[in-house]
Design a protein around this ligand. Structure first.
Ligand SMILES: Cc1cc2nc3c(=O)[nH]c(=O)nc-3n(C[C@H](O)[C@H](O)[C@H](O)COP(=O)(O)OP(=O)(O)OC[C@H]3O[C@@H](n4cnc5c(N)ncnc54)[C@H](O)[C@@H]3O)c2cc1C
Length: 497
């Protein structure tokens, strides 16, 4: 069996299938495993370059339990409290507790009496949405319209999910305070989407974060990727880095293996691809009739947003700095218009002039050279790299100019670190595309923009017999927990050797 890509999706599938007795070879184009779970070190400063927040750890516990020793034996999970420190445009601050009990009081204190109640009522509704959608949607292979029909059988469930309503619409209906609406809107970006077009059911994302916690992996989240790679190898899978797959080979209409960039053929009765679905259907497979519908769907869908990352090596320490800080702008809609090329930026996406700034600064000695320094990961939403008609992130000087602009934005919002900067490294959507093969550097494949978008995602079973898709660009979606779930689904579909 051949697995394309050693991101979390490919590695988790490899670990599960090797445990089920398959001969598994993972082929990774990059020099290291982990994919978007990247890592950068220089002069004693180290950074996760991708995920910085782990939610719903049970999915990862299930993976490790199904393949050998428990997750907690191989990585050190730390529950964060506060989960996030928010600063709103009007200067209000909110430290969101890491356990649900503290949330209403913290909201009342930060945003006024009654704020906690508003949010709690919404989270109660989100809990119901979660109960309805977890098993039949997230944990089940996608079957297009049939999945939608299955979910639509009970009118009470349909009323709870409100598939006709957007996340923004839900916020406007259930939340009076603008700050709470902004908080809710932000969760659309966890699937790379625009809250004005993403479905209301994404309210389950803050519910999951609140109910199951926000977590850090001591030493950096990239350790999770390495641990899964080690688990796969322990169970007998062979993981080959520096092995780019050029195409999926077909024999008698079935997947029969893969051909590498240097011409080597790796024969396999089953191929599982963890590469970006748009690249699988666009580049790795011949454009035949069977895949035409999926290719057309991918062309029609809005790609998910990408991210512009700044890694900052800083002198000195910041008093009271939280693990995660979010600095909101004055005009959130302007950000989504710039990223998706809508509204005032119709047809012309651009780097967001005044973006929401997300800072992850773990207080972890592994990440810094000494106790008088800090390593900050700074992330803002960005349009994907599209030199033909979108933003060309490789345009000379653009990344440097934008980095300086972001430092100014942070300074205006109360976190001025310009005088403490030893050095910085920028990673644009173009870098992400090059490093991980994600088309344009879209973080989550296609976005959930549109009420039916989640049902139109590429499924785990491809139209080519013997070819399966895992990972953030396939069902059930992006982000570490859903990617690990996709591996569970695919391992279940392939079954024991
Ligand atoms: C900046 C950033 C921040 C994020 N923050 C979070 C967060 O806080 N929490 C969270 O849960 N998620 C977060 N995510 C999303 C999360 O990282 C992804 O959803 C997840 O890691 C994707 O895993 P994957 O296996 O689907 O894909 P990838 O990690 O992209 O893995 C795909 C692998 O396939 C390889 N590949 C591609 N094409 C080929 C080929 N032809 N031949 C061989 N190999 C190939 C790539 O090199 C790569 O290693 C973030 C992502 C980014 C980029």
């Amino acid at each position: 069996m051949a697995v394309v890509g050693a991101g979390l999706g490919g590695l988790a599938t490899a670990a599960r299938l090797a445990t089920l007795g398959h001969d598994v070879t993972v082929l990774e184009q990059a020099a290291a495993v982990g994919g978007k779970l990247g890592w950068f070190s220089r002069d004693g400063h180290s950074f996760d370059t991708g995920p910085s927040l782990l939610t719903w750890p049970q999915v990862h516990r299930d993976l490790f339990a199904a393949t050998g020793a428990p997750l907690e034996d191989v990585v050190d999970l730390v529950r964060l409290d506060p989960a996030v420190h928010y600063r709103f445009a009007d200067g209000r601050r909110l430290s969101m507790p890491g356990t649900p009990e503290g949330v209403p009081g913290a909201l009342d204190d930060a945003l006024g009496a009654g704020a906690g109640r508003e949010w709690t009522d919404l989270m109660r509704r989100a809990a119901s949405m979660w109960r309805i959608s977890e098993e039949p949607f997230l944990r089940t292979p996608l079957d297009g319209a049939a999945t939608l029909a299955r979910l639509s059988r009970r009118p009470a469930d349909v009323a709870t999910i409100a598939p006709w309503r957007t996340l923004r619409g839900l916020g406007e209906r259930c939340l009076r305070r603008p700050e709470l609406r902004v908080l809710l809107d932000r969760y659309a970006t966890y699937s790379g989407s625009d809250p004005r077009r993403a479905p209301a059911v994404l309210a389950t994302v803050p519910y999951v974060e609140q109910a199951f916690g926000s977590w850090y992996v001591r030493g950096g989240l990239h350790r999770l990727g390495r641990a899964v790679a080690e688990r796969a190898a322990d169970r007998g899978a062979v993981v080959r880095t520096g092995s780019a797959v050029r195409r999926v080979l077909l024999e008698g209409g079935r997947a029969a293996g893969v051909e590498l960039a240097d011409g080597e053929v790796v024969a396999a009765d089953v191929v599982v691809s963890g590469a970006d679905a748009a690249a699988v259907y666009g580049d790795l497979l011949p454009p035949d009739r069977r895949t035409a519908r999926v290719r057309a769907g991918l062309r029609r869908a809005t790609p998910s947003l990408s991210g512009f990352v700044l890694l900052l090596a800083l002198r000195g320490r910041t008093p009271g700095l939280a693990h995660h800080t979010v600095l909101f702008p004055d005009d959130y809609d302007a950000e989504f218009d710039a990223v998706f090329g809508t509204g005032r930026h119709r047809g012309a996406p651009c780097p967001v002039p005044d973006p929401t700034v997300y800072i992850s600064a773990p207080d972890d000695p592994v990440l810094r050279p000494d106790d008088d320094s800090e390593s900050w990961f700074v992330l803002v939403n960005a349009p994907p790299h599209r030199p033909d008609g979108g933003v060309d992130w490789d345009e000379p000087g653009l990344a440097d100019r934008y980095s300086a602009q972001l430092l100014d934005v942070m300074a205006r919002r109360g976190l001025d670190v310009r005088h403490r900067l030893k050095w910085s490294v920028a990673r644009s959507p173009a870098d992400l595309a090059r490093d991980t093969g994600s088309v344009g550097g879209s973080i989550y494949g296609t976005s959930s923009n549109g009420v039916r978008a989640a049902f139109l995602r590429p499924g785990n079973v491809s139209p080519v017999p013997g070819l399966f898709l895992v990972g953030g660009s396939a069902h059930p979606g992006g982000g570490l927990p859903l990617v690990a779930l996709s591996a569970e689904i695919v391992a279940g579909l392939v079954g024991p050797a």
